[in-house]
Write a protein that binds this ligand. Sequence first.
Ligand code: IVH
Length: 671
Amino acid sequence: MEIEQVKKRIEELKALINRYNYEYYVLDQPTVSDYEYDQLMKELIELETKYPEFQTEDSPTRRVGGMVLDQFEKVVHRTPMLSLSNAFSEGDIRQFDQRVREVIPHPVYVCELKIDGLACSLEYEQGILKRAATRGDGMVGEDITHNILTIKSVPLKLRDPVTIDVRGEVFMPKAAFEQLNREREANHLSLFANPRNAAAGSVRQLDSKIAAERKLDMFLYQLPDALSLGIKTHSAALDYLDDLGFKTNPHRRVCHNVEDVLDYIREWTERKHDLPYEIDGLVIKVDDLEAQALLGVTTKSPKWAIAYKFPAEEVTTVLKDIVFNVGRTGAITPLAILEPVQIMGTTVQRATLHNEDFIRHRDIRIGGKVIIRKAGYIIPEVVGPVKDEQYDTLPTFTMITHCPACGSRLVRNEGEADHYCTNRNCPAQMVEALIHFASRPAMNIEGLGEKICALLFDRGLVKKLSDLYRLTGEDLSSLPKFKEKSIHNLLIAIEKSKENSLERLLFGLGIRYVGEKASLLLAKHFQSLDSLAQATYDDLIRIPEIGDVIAQSVIHYFRLEENRALIQELKDLGVNMEYRGEKTIEAESFSGKTFVLTGTLSAFKRDEAKAFIERLGGKVTSSVSKNTDVVIAGAEAGSKLSRAQALGIEIWDEETFLQRLEPFRSVGKRK
Ligand code: IVH
């Protein structure tokens, strides 16, 4: 093929594939077979591989995945990503309407579904997707472009070459979530609690292959700069997003008074389970964008919108049995085994009963009916018994006296609600301790979930925590379904965990009452495990936020010979025992400094540049004085620049400014 023809064919293929993608993933109206689509994609990949000079940013081959990052880059949002305040009742909605009407006498509202996923911002430059970021703390998020590219409904190229930010919700459809968990179960991996966690877990991956496999989707719901584009209402902004090729949620409705809003709420409270994705409520927004601006925002949320949260749902089922779980601290938790029941779209078979008192106070009896409550995909709980005729005939609950795992006598201390198994060699506790040690907030050993921990223990491969670091490939090859790749990955993950900063190890050791937060406080304060081990009660209690209970528990932990021996072993095996510092964003170039902007910047509008600086802790003033730290001079800077020069103030040109911002804006690089 002639070079010109190649170029033309590539353009043709890109246009076709992008169109088919749109038809399939946005409109849900495919017009070609999967086979045809795959053939076109194959041809494009071949041509682009042969002629890499024709690869462009709108090429669907970018979606395949494969980009692997070392770390997530920070992204400062051009406008803060706010969250919403919540309403839980009709009354709350009426109050919201009242507050709005104090400022806007006849508001029009747009009602939308509140998609249960995670907020994400997309930046397009001249119609091309350049960057995608998580919400983060609302000011600074993380660059997840590599993963968002894999979401087929997100356009790589817009119909108009506009430079805009858009925001929306990345989510995992219910069916994809259920299938993913089925696969994970088969592979002995820990299960995701709900579609939102699964979606969040997928976009927080450094390797985009994982996101590419996860069937994520995205609805766009906000165009922050709509007014400056000449758009007058939120509903028109959503229509415009449709026109640009984005996927917006079709179930929005414009309501002209609060009664219509309440009708929408009633309707969707009924219909919410019919959707193929989870919603955790509804969002009500003032439609008129100038009215929105008049109403304004608080530090956390806009005053022109509110989220209506669905109430938790309750159902009745039969309590078939009560079993007892032994936790890593030896605490015994009674668990309800239920006649399977559907609640909020999922089947529930188990629910926690917390402790003996919980069951006694409610007088919950095996064999009787109970009320179960669940909000979202959150762990279901037993509300109480249904006291029908049969109820009186059932025996009352009696607490077990011996550990179901090792048979030791249980202890319940004065003033405590839980029963404990105090046998330190209790196998159930050991497995739980191992699961906790490997878990994400602790040593974060990927691939070492509940099932594998239990297997390792049952096979005698790990008898205590330190044995983890003695595992060999041969040991692992004896486990079912463990192939070369999974063995290799697990060994690497274990090895990597040796480098963790102290707070992870500390949390992982499972010292009673020492949670994630206390672990971090202690690690920061003592810097090494050795000095923590030598700390006295007084040393500990002196730390703000460390109270008597934690201090006692830490002292007790290090007093025990077996714990000291475990730590020595971990140390000998190469596990890091030092605090390595928190990952914070380094904004020294901006933080605490006073800036003046002058001249024209080409990459930003003036107020965007200002917002960046402010979000990184700097201040922007309008006139140059001896208190000015830096003057940022764009093109055709005038008197302010000369004044800065005269005063000997540091001057950055746009290039320098961009360089300093780079750590907070740059797109992930290929490895
Ligand atoms: S509007 C400033 N609309 O809910 C307004 N949010 O608690 C920003 N969400 O962080 C949000 N569906 O992640 C909006 N249709 C919708 C939404 C929605 C889901 C999420 C979003 C936001 C959170 C607010």
